[in-house]
Design a protein around this ligand. Structure first.
Ligand SMILES: NC(=O)c1ccc[n+]([C@@H]2O[C@H](COP(=O)([O-])OP(=O)(O)OC[C@H]3O[C@@H](n4cnc5c(N)ncnc54)[C@H](O)[C@@H]3O)[C@@H](O)[C@H]2O)c1
Length: 260
């Protein structure tokens, strides 16, 4: 199939994670944005070791800080001249509590990062893409952006907002060659999720994982690589007429009514 992102400049927030590998493999120039310099440096070293020809820029920024977002966009354009793709992905889960008990400060923090962070990113990257008359945006929603999730009210609110903003970006900027979609991952086996199973059953985390997976039609969790393949497509020129969609990547679980 060739390298679908060859020569493309791709910005990834929450980029100290696995997706950088997939995009580097596709020949992209990467700007990785995350909170911590050391995690970014490690991600850069891992990518560079695997793909010595990859160009990787790292910028430590908090996506909920508007001035910092403006800066990471300016720095990326200064280094690479343009931005072809934006994986607007940084997000947090918050704590677990019922609506009346939810800590208001945590609620606001989840909204600041998951909603305002995604908005600020589009606010400053869309004008760059409009000038180029080309761009691809992938916002990370969640199954919590299309369904309710017990005990996670701000997460669900913020991810529904991500889905809504995705529709607006598609409507407002499709005419300038900017295609915007969102992904809605189900449970994906990231180190964070694997850690949660370790807490549920320290003796046998795989058993806890298997029990959890019983609710999924595929009887397993998703893998980061499977999400990366979808994101790479959505960031590529091949994605030219899918616009404004929130695409579930969850093994089909969100279609279920009752036990599967
Ligand atoms: N893993 C899953 O099962 C799953 C399911 C649905 C949705 N998601 C969403 O996918 C995205 C990535 O999640 P993940 O599972 O890779 O989690 P993760 O915690 O491994 O990665 C998130 C990254 O975002 C960074 N980040 C957090 N707050 C930030 C901020 N204010 N500014 C900049 N960077 C910040 C973190 O440092 C981290 O590197 C999130 O938006 C999450 O809500 C994940």
């Amino acid at each position: 199939m060739g390298k679908r992102l060859e020569g493309k400049v791709i910005v990834i927030t929450g980029g100290a994670s696995g997706l950088g590998n997939a995009t580097a493999k596709e020949g992209a120039k990467l700007a990785l944005i995350d909170l911590k310099e050391d995690a970014l440096e490690q991600a850069k070293q891992e990518i560079s070791a695997k793909y010595p020809e990859a160009q990787v820029l790292t910028i430590a920024s908090d996506v909920s800080d508007e001035a910092a977002v403006k800066r990471y966009v300016e720095e990326t354009v200064k280094s690479f001249d343009r931005i072809d793709g934006f994986y607007n992905n940084a997000g947090i889960e918050g704590k677990q509590a019922l609506i009346p008990d939810y800590d208001v400060q945590v609620f606001k923090k989840v909204i600041d990062i998951n909603l305002m962070g995604v908005y600020y990113g589009m606010r400053y990257i869309i004008p760059v893409m409009k000038n180029q008359q080309y761009g691809r945006i992938v916002n990370t929603a969640s199954v919590g952006g299309i369904r309710g999730v017990l005990n996670q009210v701000p997460y669900v609110a913020s991810k529904h907002a991500v889905s809504g903003m995705t529709k607006n970006a598609a409507l407002e900027f499709g005419r300038y060659g900017i295609i915007t979609n969102a992904i809605a991952p189900g449970a994906i086996l990231t180190p964070m999720v694997a850690g949660a199973f370790k807490q549920v059953n320290p003796e046998d985390p795989k058993k806890a994982e298997a029990e959890y997976a019983q609710n999924n039609p595929t009887k397993r969790l998703g893998l980061p690589d499977e999400v990366a393949k979808l994101v790479v497509f959505l960031l590529s020129e091949d994605c030219s007429y899918v616009n404004g969609q929130t695409i579930a990547i969850d093994g089909g679980e969100s279609n279920a009514y009752g036990i599967v």
